[in-house]
Design a protein around this ligand. Structure first.
Ligand code: 2AM
Ligand code: CA
Length: 270
């Protein structure tokens, strides 16, 4: 059984409560796909409502804590040592297209360090949890990162810089390098779930640049507690500041970082 600290209990309960209406919305989206207006407003409403439920539930249980949430931004609380970091729907584009690869992500930070993490996919009913020092779990199952160490056998996940963002050429150079050195890559569209899937050993590794703290705060702890290694792309641990992430098992982390560096060096030289 997972180790559920009191805080983690509160976080999973909030995620389940906010997840129920989200499942109903997801069902409705099938009809909206074919309407002329499209689902954009509907998705915005679902996003805002989900965040509101999460903040309400977490506030009820931990009135003093602060928040950093995707929609509301920074909400200060009297307790300066605790902060919830929330993404109400990570994988919004998937949600909008009726693809069941999205999640609610909640991390709890204590004195600047993430200590509890929840990543919940309400459609598949997969609840990923981790508590610092107590391991990572998927529902009732203890998680371990994959143990593959031979790069050509590995399946690697990433995210592409979307429209209007810098870095697309660099990403394509990195991608070329990775697909020529591994068994394949996937781009599933939710960074929080990508990290949870690394923790679960489904992906051998994940890298992406320019993410926001709420995309990755919970997922990074999941990977660490499943025995994986996380860093930014310079090998430092400033992921929440830089938004750059590389997550893998211990054997693969270094070779993958070298590979991505090689792509970047080639890119800069070009
Ligand atoms: P989101 O679904 O909460 O927006 C995928 O590469 C990651 O980038 C996701 O975690 C996604 O989070 C984030 N992202 C932020 N803005 C995006 C956008 N306009 N298009 C696609 N992904 C976006
Ligand atoms: Ca997100």
């Amino acid at each position: 059984m997972p180790y559920l600290s009191p805080a983690l209990n509160v976080m999973t309960a909030a995620a389940r409560k906010a997840g129920r209406p989200l499942i109903r919305d997801f069902g409705e989206l099938e009809n909206l796909q074919v309407s002329r207006k499209g689902p954009a407003d509907f998705v915005t409403n679902a996003d805002e409502r989900t965040e509101k439920i999460l903040v309400e539930e977490l506030k009820k249980a931990r009135p003093g804590y602060g928040f950093l949430a995707e929609e509301a931004g920074e909400i200060e609380g009297p307790d300066k040592t605790h902060r919830f970091i929330i993404d109400p729907i990570d994988g919004t584009t998937n949600f909008m297209h009726g693809i069941p690869q999205f999640c609610i992500s909640i991390a709890l930070e204590r004195e600047g360090q993430v200590v509890s993490a929840v990543v919940f996919n309400p459609v598949s009913d997969e609840m990923f949890v981790a508590e610092r020092g107590h391991g990572a779990f998927l529902n009732d199952k203890r998680l371990r990162v994959a143990q593959r160490s031979n790069l050509p056998d590995t399946l690697i996940a990433s995210g592409a810089p979307f429209m209007g963002r810098d870095g697309q050429d660099l990403f394509l150079d990195e991608l070329r390098m990775v697909i020529n050195s591994t068994a394949g890559m996937r781009r599933l569209g939710s960074a929080a779930l990508d990290l949870a899937w690394v923790a679960a050993g489904r992906f051998d590794a994940f890298w992406e640049r320019h993410l926001r703290p709420w995309d990755i705060a919970a997922g990074l702890l999941l990977v660490k507690e499943a025995g994986g290694v996380v860093s930014d792309l310079d090998g430092r641990e400033r992921m929440l500041e830089t938004g750059d992430v590389l997550a893998a098992n211990e054997a693969l982390h270094r070779p993958l970082m070298d590979l991505l560096r090689k792509a970047k060096a080639g890119h800069s030289a070009a």
